[in-house]
Design a protein around this ligand. Structure first.
Ligand SMILES: Cc1cc2nc3c(=O)[nH]c(=O)nc-3n(C[C@H](O)[C@H](O)[C@H](O)COP(=O)(O)OP(=O)(O)OC[C@H]3O[C@@H](n4cnc5c(N)ncnc54)[C@H](O)[C@@H]3O)c2cc1C
Length: 343
């Protein structure tokens, strides 16, 4: 019988792990509390438009071995396209030679494709994970947040932001403590569709600003469809401003972010649709481990809070945990027709 693994979270980490386990002959069920995949790479709808609400892109190429491996892996994903936007700082000075990777036609296309071989159960918030014998078979029980049984699995992996992992890790207090020790960073994001006949804007604005950290013209990314004279913008508040306004109402945040945008681009003042989102766990403080795995209870943890706290860390953590899980199942004397392929 193939080992059956449950993964909590269909963000990049959970989806990469699902893909690698399926390719190594495991049955995989992925639960997510949201309606779709992506987590912090998800896409939101705004009437007839859509926009990437989390990471707008992934920085291409870097120095460390992990980043080179991640970059090489990204190039093998059919949804990934290169993006060379016109970039300026907030004063309007050009920033040259920046190249990014982004999934097309939206960021969530990457996670959607990675979990194709797994069973995906959306709109299900997992609330309980516990190692338990069922009819003398060792495994891990999973229940939703209302106590409804979701099944017994040969292993369960929690691939959520650190603080969302805490209540799921009660069975292993040292894992729970580790998750509790991670400090999350809040981030306010305002998405806006504007109508303007002026096309004189950069595609990406970065750098120092009293309110903002980045403005991305989502509609300039590869594969996006946007009617003529319309643009979709993703406006991110900076770390300090987001922290100071963590509990401010979305309407007030929207006013501030819209105003900061209009001061930069006064000709883009005709707003067709808009939406404001607060990411409570946008990024994380770093932790020293690559992932957590307890072969006795068969519970593992991965995500971007293992490492540098961004997409490359989520990918690396999931990739390394997949190797530990595959090794575990081989040692458990699973059927000998399991073929281990390199990950
Ligand atoms: C605004 C913003 C901008 C960013 N910009 C960049 C950038 O430029 N470059 C970069 O590399 N990274 C960036 N990041 C960070 C990047 O998006 C994340 O590092 C990465 O996507 C994290 O992936 P993950 O799988 O670890 O977690 P997540 O994407 O958070 O996935 C976790 C999933 O678990 C689900 N979940 C949580 N609890 C439960 C539960 N109890 N039951 C079921 N499901 C549950 C959630 O719904 C979610 O789908 C940005 C993030 C944000 C928010």
């Amino acid at each position: 019988m193939k080992p059956h693994v449950a993964i909590v979270g269909a963000g990049l980490a959970g989806s990469v792990l699902a893909d690698l386990l399926v390719k190594n002959d495991c049955l995989v069920t992925v639960f997510d509390k949201s309606r779709g995949t992506g987590g912090r790479l998800s896409t939101c709808r705004l009437g007839d438009y859509s926009a990437d609400l989390g990471a707008p892109y992934i920085l291409d190429g870097s120095d460390s071995a992990t980043e080179i491996d991640f970059s090489n892996w990204l190039q093998t994903q059919p949804q990934i396209e290169q993006w060379s936007p016109r970039v300026t700082d907030f004063k309007g000075d050009a920033i040259e030679h920046l190249r990014f990777s982004t999934a097309s036609p939206r960021q969530s296309a990457l996670t959607r494709s990675l979990i194709t071989g797994a069973e995906f159960i959306p709109s299900t918030r997992v609330g309980y994970i516990w190692p338990e014998l069922v009819e003398e078979k060792a495994g891990v029980i999973v229940r939703d947040d209302k106590g409804k049984g979701l099944g017994q699995f040969d292993a369960v992996v929690v691939a959520t932001p650190a603080l969302q992992a805490v209540p799921l890790l009660e069975a292993i207090p040292r894992f729970m403590k580790k998750a509790e020790s991670i400090a999350p960073e809040v981030s306010w994001v305002h998405v806006m569709v504007t109508y303007s006949e002026s096309r004189e804007t950069p595609d990406l604005i970065l750098g120092q600003h009293e309110v903002l950290s980045r403005i991305t013209k989502d509609s300039a990314k590869p594969g996006r469809i946007c009617p003529e004279n319309s643009d979709v913008w993703v406006i991110e508040a900076n770390k300090e401003w987001s922290r100071a306004h963590e509990n401010t109402s979305p309407d007030v945040v929207a006013q501030h972010l819209r105003k900061a945008f209009m001061e930069l681009f006064p000709t883009h003042n005709h707003v067709i649709a808009e939406r404001t989102h607060r990411w409570l766990y946008a990024r994380h403080s770093k932790t020293d481990a690559d992932f957590l795995w307890d072969s006795f209870s068969r519970i593992g943890v991965c995500g971007d809070w293992f490492g540098q706290g961004e997409t490359n860390a989520a990918w690396q953590s999931a990739t390394l945990l997949s190797k530990a899980l595959i090794e575990h199942f081989q040692q458990m004397d699973m059927p000998s027709d399991n073929h281990l392929i390199a990950v």
